[in-house]
Design a protein around this ligand. Structure first.
Ligand SMILES: O=C(O)COP(=O)(O)O
Ligand SMILES: [Mg+2]
Length: 237
């Protein structure tokens, strides 16, 4: 039998990053990913740095079960027919103190007065990449926090929280081993996911950290790379 014809039930569950993996460089989701995600014959977990409402809405509009790691692992949410749970892990108060000190030092988070980027965040804050990084890092260290650059924003995060831990929680609730998952991502915040899964793909636009940590790097970038990764998994599982 051609390996590409292998039974769909043999396909692994997926852990999929959003920005830079399902989107273009401007964070616009490629419409082809909706069918690709919905038709995948195993669980699909969206693992993102974004606040919870964004991936939940993506699941809703794409017709996926809600299996989400948000805020870089700070918020984990499952809402399926068989399992619902939400786990919140991180220190928004400490992140807010960093934001206040950053503002006191004369800097701005860079999202304008409405700041929808942080409005629904529960465990971390995100800062625009147009804002200066060095003082943010210095202040974060003072408060015992880290800064992660996703290529789309700087995130002020708790050092013990990451997407890999979040994915392990989802896997546990699904009765799966994180090793069963295939992960696809593009940046430093995906490295922890890559470390807990059995197989990982960085898309061609991925940063150095993700590229180094991944088992494979796709030839194509952004959503083309994601679709290429699925095709590679299909023909080898
Ligand atoms: O929120 C970000 O900065 C990046 O989001 P992502 O983890 O889905 O790429
Ligand atoms: Mg990303």
């Amino acid at each position: 039998m051609n390996r590409a014809d292998a039974a769909p039930e043999a396909r692994p569950p997926l852990a999929v990053d959003i920005d830079g993996t399902l989107t273009d460089r401007n964070r616009v989701v490629d419409p082809r990913v909706f069918d690709a995600l919905r038709e995948w014959p195993a669980p699909v977990v969206l693992a993102t740095g974004k606040a919870l409402p964004y991936p939940v809405a993506l699941c809703e509009f794409a017709g996926l079960a809600t299996l989400v790691v948000a805020e870089n692992g700070g918020v984990v949410c499952l809402d399926t027919e068989t399992r619902d749970d939400i786990v919140v892990d991180g220190d928004r108060t400490a992140a807010d103190r960093v934001a206040a000190a950053y503002r006191d030092a004369g800097h701005d988070l860079g999202w304008g007065s409405l700041d929808l980027v942080n409005r629904w965040r529960e465990t971390e804050i995100a800062v625009s990449r147009d804002a200066p990084l060095d003082p943010l890092r210095e202040i974060a260290v003072e408060y015992g926090l880290d800064v992660v650059d996703t290529g789309f924003a700087y995130h002020v995060v708790s050092p013990d929280v990451d997407k890999g831990r979040g994915l392990s929680i989802v896997a546990d609730r699904l009765g799966r081993d994180p090793e069963e998952f295939v992960a696809i991502g593009d940046s430093a915040n995906d490295v922890a996911t890559f470390e807990v899964v059995g197989r990982s793909f960085a898309v061609a636009n991925a940063d150095e950290a993700a590229t180094q940590a991944a088992d494979l790097v796709t030839d194509a970038a952004y959503a083309d790379g994601f679709i290429e990764a699925l095709s590679t998994v299909r023909s080898s599982s």
